[in-house]
Design a protein around this ligand. Sequence first.
Ligand code: IMP
Ligand code: MG
Length: 405
Amino acid sequence: MEKAVCFGLQWGDEGKGKVTTYLSKDFDYVIRYSGGSNAGHTVEYEDFKVVHHLIPSFNVFSECKGYIANNVVLDLEVIVNEIEALKALGFDVSKRLKISSHSNVVLPVHKMLDEKLEITRGSKAIGTTKRGIGPAYADKVHRINLRVKDLQNKESALEKMEYISHIYESLYGIKWNECSRIFEFYEKIKDFVVSPLEIKPVLEKSSLLFEGTQGVLLDVDMGTYPYVTGTNCSVTGIEVGIGYPITLQRRIGVFKAYVTRVGEGPLPTELFGEEGENLRQAGKEYGATTGRPRRCGWLDLPLLRYAIEITGCNEMIMTKADVLAGMKSVKVCTKYVDTVTGEIVDMPVDVSELERYKPLYEEFTGWKDLENENFMKFKEFVEKQTGVKITHISTGAKIDQIIKI
Ligand code: IMP
Ligand code: MG
C-alpha cells in the first residue's frame, strides 16, 4: 500500500491544500502529522471554497478519510467550527475523521502567551499567527499540557486545567479559569478519538498521504530559526507525528514558481515597492489564516536545492506559474554569493544564517500562458538545476486545474 507525503518546499502557502485534495482521490487516508490551526489550506471546488486549518485536506466528494495524528496541536473550537462549516455545505465528516487521543490541546492561555511573547520580543518578533502554537508545543515539552485523551475524564481534566492555570498565573501573570467551553467542544469530537495503537493496523493496510503543514524552511530545527514554527513541519515530523516508523515511497514537494513568506525573517529574493505589490496582487498573496499580506520574491533555487536535500524529495509539483503569465521577464535566483567567504555557492549550508548570502539571478523571457515554450524552458531549467522531476503543474486555484506530465 502506497505511503506518500505532500509537503511544502518553501515557507508554506505553496498550494499544498489544493494539491493534497487533488491527490487524495488515490489514497485511503490523508494524515495531518504536525502543526495546528496556524495552517490555512485553501481548497477551491467547482462551486465553493474551503479553508482547512485542522481537518486533513481530503476531497469531500471522494471516499478518502482523514486522521489527525499525535503531534498536531488541536484547537477544539477551530476543528468544531470546521466540521460544522462542512456540514452546512452538505458534507458530514463524522464517519471519515479520526483524531489521536495523544494529540495536545491548544488552550486559551497558549494564545494569550503567544500574543504576550510577540509583544515582549519587540523588534525581534517572529510574526506568529497568534494561534498558540509555540506555547502549546512548549507545554507538551514541559509535560504539563492537556491531551485530548485527558478530556475523557472531566474531573481530572478540570484538575489538570487548574494546574496549568496556576502555572500560567505564577510564571506569566496570565489569568484564565473558563474551562467549560472545552468540554462543550470535546463532546462534538469525542467519537472520532482513537489511540495511536488502535489505528496502527488500519493505517498499515491503507494507502496514506501525509499532508505537510507550513514549509520546510519553517521547520523548527532545519528552517530559518528563530523565524520558524514550533515543530518539525518537514517530512522528518511524520514518524514523530504518528508515533511509529513508516516507509515512504513518494516524497512530493510542492513549490511556487516564485516565493512568498508571511511573518518576519530572511527572504533573500524579496521584491519591494511596486514590483512586490504587483506580484502580491496577481497571486492574491494574503495569509489564509491571518489575512496578512505575504512578502513576495523571485524563485530561489539555492533554497529549493536545500529543501530537496534535507527531505529526500523525489518528485515536485509546481504551482502558480500561471500568476507570472503576462510578465515581460521572470527572474530566478540560481546561486548565492557568500558575503563572508566571497565564494559563489549552490546552496546555503545553514539557513539560519541566510543574511550572509546575496542572490545571483538569471532572467527568463516571460510566457503568455503555460503552453508557451518560454514556460517549458523555465520548467526544464528548474528540473535540471535541482535534479528532481516536476510531475504536475497547477494552472489555477481550483482542484482540477492541474496538468499531469
Ligand atoms: P506560528 O506557527 O504561528 O508560531 O508562526 C511562526 C511562523 O510561521 C510565522 O512566520 C508564521 O507566519 C509562519 N506560519 C505558520 N503557519 C503558517 C502557514 O500555514 N503558512 C505560512 N506561514 C505560516
Ligand atoms: Mg497556507
